[in-house]
Write a protein that binds this ligand. Structure first.
Ligand code: ADE
Ligand code: ZN
Length: 325
């Protein structure tokens, strides 16, 4: 099954073993957050974000980032993933003294190496962290707009959705759009349907990260369907973080049946003991998607990817040979 992914945080994609070896190299005590046997340790969304920040701080040099990116993409290629976007956070890198351009060049080197070895393509989404405040998110947007890079095609916002009001971040998204970037924003994960509606109103991104709690209000679902906003759904992340208590309660199918465009994503795979392949397996086994329906999800992701028209055609052709005249 050919796969594609739109929503994965590169700092959250490091395997615990890699994080532990980075911690040993930099002599950082991570024992409260990473266990050799159990992997990442956290108990709720807030402590997950703490562990996430700690892991991000273990990647400090261009070589660290290049290795992280190449390892991530090679792993995806082994799962027959044709295309994958990653969220990249200049705020995390800046704190440990890595400049924006160095960070992007290093990640691009890792992506290029993986492309040369396997054919897997990718793009970066520069990401502001909401709980760091509007100024920090605007700084990230300004960096992305000021220093264009062939592989940076999107701007997004992640972090704690419960902090601030989304209207405070509208300017950051304007800066990014003026810089030619496409947009996505986390909403409807730890915020309810109102957060999704406010994000559509104040930010108007072409995609929403998660968006699943739109299900709490039919008006929000209708708005998503009407605007064609694509949802980057991360089923296992939602289940493990307790956004929904069970697969039966998860609204993936309901949203799709209501006319929303949905895709499958792994978010922070090793933190949630998942992989992109596992997300497709869960969609088949717990949500009843058959092979055609899974392939449709891959095509939806490619159609919503932040790529130019020629790349999109090439990816669609790889995904469904003969589909494009
Ligand atoms: N950063 C990394 N993973 C995240 C998630 N699931 N929600 C918000 N911010 C994140
Ligand atoms: Zn996310």
């Amino acid at each position: 099954m050919p796969k594609a992914e739109l929503h994965c945080h590169i700092e959250g994609a490091a395997a615990p073993d890699l994080a532990l070896s980075q911690a040993a190299a930099y002599k950082v005590d991570v024992s409260a957050h990473i266990d050799r046997e159990k992997g990442y340790l956290w108990k709720d969304f807030s402590s997950f974000l703490e562990t996430y920040d700690l892991v991000a701080s273990l990647f400090r040099t261009p070589e660290d980032y290049a290795l992280l990116a190449e390892t991530h993409y090679l792993g995806l290629a082994r799962q027959n993933c044709l295309y994958a976007e990653i969220f990249v956070s200049p705020g995390h890198a800046g704190r440990i003294g890595c400049s924006y351009r160095t960070l992007i060049a290093a990640i691009a080197e890792g992506m290029d190496n993986a492309l040369a070895k396997t054919g897997i393509e990718g793009r970066m989404i520069v990401t502001g962290i909401r709980h760091e405040g509007a100024e920090a998110v605007e700084d990230a947007a300004r960096l992305a707009a000021k220093h264009p890079h062939r592989l940076v095609t999107g701007f997004g916002m992640a972090g704690d959705e419960r902090v601030g009001h989304v209207s405070q971040f509208a300017r950051a998204f304007d800066i990014a759009r003026e810089g030619g970037l496409q947009t996505t924003c986390h909403a409807g994960e730890f915020g309810g349907a109102g957060s999704v509606e406010a994000t559509l109103e104040h930010i108007g991104p072409s995609r929403i990260g998660h968006g699943v709690r739109a299900i709490e209000n039919p008006a929000a679902v209708e708005r998503l369907a009407e605007t064609g906003t694509v949802l980057e759904v991360c089923p296992v992340s939602n289940l493990v973080l307790g956004v929904f208590p069970s697969a039966r309660a998860h609204p993936l199918r309901q949203l799709q049946e209501a006319g929303c465009q949905v895709t499958l994503n792994s978010d922070d795979p090793p933190h949630f003991h998942t992989t992109l392949e596992n997300e497709y397996r869960v969609a088949a086994e717990s949500f009843g998607y058959d092979e055609d329906a899974l392939l449709d999800l891959t095509c939806t992701a490619i159609n919503a990817a932040f790529v130019d028209g020629d790349t999109r055609k090439r990816l669609l052709e790889k995904c469904v040979p003969g589909a494009i005249e």
